[in-house]
Design a protein around this ligand. Sequence first.
Ligand SMILES: Nc1ncnc2c1ncn2[C@@H]1O[C@H](COP(=O)(O)OP(=O)(O)OP(=O)(O)O)[C@@H](O)[C@H]1O
Length: 263
Amino acid sequence: MKSLDFDFLNITWIDAIDVALVAVLIYYIYSLIRNTLAVNLVLGMVIIVLVYYIVKGLHMELLEAIINKFMSVGILALVIIFQPEIRRFLLHIGKSTFLQKNKAWWGYLFGNKSAEQDNLLRIKPIVDACKSMKKTRTGALMVFVKYYDDEYFNNSCEMIDSKISKRLLESIFQKHSPLHDGAVVISENKIKSASCILPLTDNDKLPAQFGLRHRAGIGVSESTDAVAVIISEETGEIAYAKQGRVRMNVSFGELEKLLNKDF
Ligand SMILES: Nc1ncnc2c1ncn2[C@@H]1O[C@H](COP(=O)(O)OP(=O)(O)OP(=O)(O)O)[C@@H](O)[C@H]1O
């Protein structure tokens, strides 16, 4: 293997690839945790590791032993603390694979050429319902997931399991409907459930006007691969949450494109 050989260090192409891959991994992790509380946790961990090496260098044995013990349970603690981020990271990798990205090939190979057209037809009643709810300033929270996780959603939701329809969505979110509080979950081409209570985001950098509806939409997109459409009751504005980040003032054209891509 060709290598750059300096007096004191020997760099092979494998080392260069290794460093490049680590850089990509760090960037990937950074973009996943950017603007989330996990950034503070990572900073806290970096500080602990730095303190550990300083203490070790100064031969402060007692403190070194304490930090060492703390770090030895660190991996387990990390898995628990970063469970939502790890879950999102793995889902992201799965979704980015070649075959997942090239759905057209799937369609071609398995005879489903009209998949894209079907998708737009599937999305149309949702966008139409958004148009009407925006006009009437009806607050709404719709969550879109590829695979419905019974364990995750069933605790708080009311099962519906019905065909997606504009009028059904409108009537669920209508103020006097018993199901209007909480989120509707849409998955596998169906309105799966309504009135779902979702986890709220802890993000303290969100705009002050974001209340519980927005925080629940962002929260579910942080901890799962779901995307959420939020219609504000106050302003009628449509927001789109994905991977813990939120896009404000989404137009209907954008909404259609985003749903077509993500759902
Ligand atoms: N944990 C939750 N999961 C799902 N929906 C929730 C949750 N908490 C509150 N909501 C919904 O949010 C509504 C309250 O919204 P709130 O006014 O706090 O939100 P907002 O983000 O300010 O939006 P808006 O602009 O519509 O007022 C509740 O009536 C309920 O339907």
